[in-house]
Write a protein that binds this ligand. Structure first.
Ligand code: HEC
Length: 422
């Protein structure tokens, strides 16, 4: 299996651990992508969380092991396949990825405990809860847990581009230019991300995008090989500096810092979440997280097939950020229990944007019309709102009506809900 070895100079143990990390990381990526998109009822079912925790704990242990091997046994590959600055950059990408896997797993504990979940290892054994549930802890560790996830994807993208470059210049591609396991791990995590970013509503566009990515691979790789053959490849005597070159090291460090900083900003860019609460909250005793009494009566139309489709494509993402039962905890968005007829931005103990609080104070009340307008274009209806709908704005009167019908069924207590006949 020599072709699966990474760059030379690694110990057998390093190779093994490298491959285990690659396997666990890719499995976690698949799980995190596929399950929330296929799950019918709850997005964070306990079994799913158990496998997620097990893979995460595995990654934590293997990342520590790999870092120890790295620090103790090997500083640089021995065979002069690549020039030193290039090796430094590649090692930087890999080391940073290992650190972020480790940190990300640790933050995962804070995230789970902060939310008051039982942390368990695939249901086999429980870890003791070391902390009280705490929304600030949940929010902070959740933000950076997710931010590090994005950062590792960006590092992976940089690594794949690096692999293409080294294939042109040094005839050594993604597999052999990196420590064992890392190159394929980077490549596959990009493939998964391409699928994920294109499948918020339905799997088909995700599969199409992934197929394009796969089809482009032999073309890009083939082109890189041809360009190398055509004279762009460097000859070993042109490899440049072998010693410590501070300018190179500095540039590499700056690049890695820039990638990390951007990755840590992505959760805010994509979901407008923040690491700590900002904005305006209606104060209430702890544990009160919804409107206590319904103020409106609603009529619910019978379910249709179209509504089922909207549930799967759109409403699923509402559930991702909102809870609906009385006093269930707030998630990224507020609890929406008994929301119809309420003034906007007044659910207790949730930090709303200034814009939402202001609109509520000015008299904005949630009913079929205002909800349809908000869901159709959150930013247009309420500039400055902190809500982004992951599956995109809800366009089309039919779809809006279906979402609102679902919202009535899920959030209004039976006493204030009248089911219409077929
Ligand atoms: C990525 C997370 C996210 C998603 C997805 C999301 N929301 Fe929200 N939602 C929020 C946040 C955050 C707020 C608070 C907005 C503000 O303060 O400006 C909010 C506010 C609301 C409000 C106003 C609550 C109030 O008390 O004034 C309603 C209603 C609502 N969302 C419904 C929905 C529906 C329906 C969907 C699905 C189509 C949805 N949301 C999807 C995060 C989300």
């Amino acid at each position: 299996m020599r072709f699966l070895d990474g760059y030379s100079g690694e110990s057998r143990a390093s190779r093994w651990v490298g491959w285990c990390i690659a396997f666990l990381f890719v499995a976690l990526g698949v799980l995190n992508t596929v399950l929330p998109r296929t799950e019918k009822t709850s997005l964070l079912r306990d079994e799913y969380r158990g496998i997620h925790y097990a893979l995460g704990i595995g990654l934590l242990l293997f990342a520590i092991w790999r870092l120890v091997l790295w620090l103790r046994f090997e500083q640089r590959p021995t065979a002069g396949q690549l020039p030193q600055p290039c090796v430094r950059w590649i090692n930087g990408l890999c080391l940073l990825t290992l650190w972020f896997l480790l940190l990300g797993a640790l933050l995962g504990f804070g995230y789970g405990w902060g939310e008051g979940h039982r942390l368990h290892f695939a249901g086999l054994f429980d870890l003791p809860n070391l902390m009280e549930p705490s929304r600030p802890l949940w929010q902070f560790s959740g933000y950076f847990h997710s931010g590090l996830g994005f950062t590792t994807r960006l590092l992976a993208a940089a690594a794949v581009l690096t692999g293409i470059y080294t294939l042109v210049r040094y005839r050594t591609g993604l597999i052999r230019a990196f420590p064992a396991g890392f190159g394929p791990m980077f490549y596959l995590s990009i493939l998964i991300m391409v699928y994920a970013l294109n499948s918020f509503q339905a799997p088909a566009p995700g599969f199409r995008a992934a197929a394009w990515f796969l089809a482009a691979t032999p073309l890009v790789w083939g082109l890189a090989i041809l360009l190398g053959k055509a004279g762009l490849a460097a000859r070993p005597q042109e490899y440049g500096p072998t010693g410590g070159h501070w300018a190179w090291a500095g540039a590499a460090a700056a690049g890695l810092i820039a990638i990390s900083a951007y990755g840590l900003y992505v959760p805010h860019l994509m979901f407008r979440v923040t690491p700590w609460s900002m904005g305006v909250a209606v104060a209430a005793p702890p544990g009160i997280s919804s409107h206590q009494a319904p103020v409106a009566n609603v009529r619910v139309r019978p379910a249709t097939d179209f509504e089922g489709q909207v549930d799967a494509e759109t409403f699923r993402w509402c559930r991702f950020c909102h809870t609906f039962q009385r006093n269930e905890p707030h998630l990224v968005g507020p609890n929406l229990h008994a929301i119809f007829g309420q003034r906007a931005g007044t659910v207790p103990n949730f930090h709303f944007s200034e814009a939402m609080a202001e609109a509520g104070a000015q008299g904005l009340v949630w009913n079929d019309e205002t909800l349809a307008a908000y869901l159709a274009d959150p930013d247009g209806f309420l500039p400055g709102t902190s809500m982004i709908i992951s599956s995109g704005p809800v366009v089309g009167a039919d779809r809006q009506a279906a979402v609102i019908n679902l919202l009535k069924r899920e959030t209004m207590p039976a006493s204030h809900r009248r089911e219409e006949e077929e």
